[in-house]
Design a protein around this ligand. Structure first.
Ligand code: FMN
Length: 225
């Protein structure tokens, strides 16, 4: 479905969510942050004021990302919650609302031990909430979002190469994990952009970054909004 001007699938204004998951969230030289900066500037130029771009860095201590703990498992009715538990509940639903209202989601992160950085896993634990992003039915779970409501781009930086290095091909878990999580929510397409092999001495890091930046800019500019 092609969107016109600032129209969205929900009939409101265009909402873009930029999620960032680098632990060193304020170091612009970090590969994921550098790509996020390029992506944000490209989006701002393309949107030219037609809609909103929200940026959330899950490692910024100003952003509260609740973790699954004993109290989050045991107290699920807001009326029975302690003040501390209620704070987590409200923070969780704020994250869910932000995620669900985004027409386009761009996720930037470094690969950590073949998976998403730990804090981003916490983030997803908040988003993967039954009744919000998926629901249980007698025949299994069903996603409550769709490719029409949410377009996800996953930008991943890594020290090693995952498409050609045989040692690592089977450890290419993060993109599969993200595709699986999104599929649970009913989102079946995910654009993957990688800057890989950044820590290999035989590679030219700057060349890899320039190529990933170009791929990102070209992709954003090719999107129909
Ligand atoms: C704790 C930690 C774990 C990492 N695990 C992996 C890994 O499993 N696979 C990989 O290819 N790179 C891994 N890396 C390398 C980073 O993904 C890579 O250095 C980063 O994407 C490059 O960007 P930056 O150093 O500018 O942040 C790891 C780095 C750190 C700090």
């Amino acid at each position: 479905m092609e969107l016109q001007n600032n129209e969205t699938n929900r009939g409101g204004t265009m909402n873009i969510l930029q999620l960032m998951a680098h632990p060193e969230y304020n170091n612009q030289k970090r590969a994921a942050n550098r790509l996020a900066d390029v992506g944000l500037k490209t989006l701002q130029e393309k949107l030219n004021g037609r809609g909103t771009i929200e940026v959330l860095n899950v490692y910024d201590p100003n952003n509260f990302i609740p973790q699954i703990t004993a109290d989050t498992l045991n107290f699920t009715n807001p009326k029975e919650m302690t003040t501390e538990r209620l704070k987590k509940h409200e923070a969780q639903y704020k994250l869910i609302r932000q995620w669900k209202s985004a027409d386009y989601i761009y996720i930037y992160m470094p690969l950590h031990n073949w998976n998403v950085p730990a804090k981003f896993k916490d983030y997803l634990d908040n988003i993967l909430t039954a009744g919000e992003t998926f629901k249980y039915t007698e025949s299994g779970s069903v996603g409550l979002m769709s490719d029409e409501t949410s377009k996800v781009t996953f930008i991943l930086t890594s020290g090693s190469e995952y498409e050609t290095n045989y040692r690592y091909v089977n450890l290419d878990i993060a993109p599969q994990y993200m595709r699986g999580v999104l599929h649970m929510m009913g989102i079946n397409q995910m654009k993957l952009i990688r800057a890989q092999g950044l820590d290999m001495s035989t590679n030219d890091k700057e060349e890899i970054m320039k190529s990933a930046e170009k791929e990102l800019v070209d992709y954003i500019n090719s999107q129909s909004f």
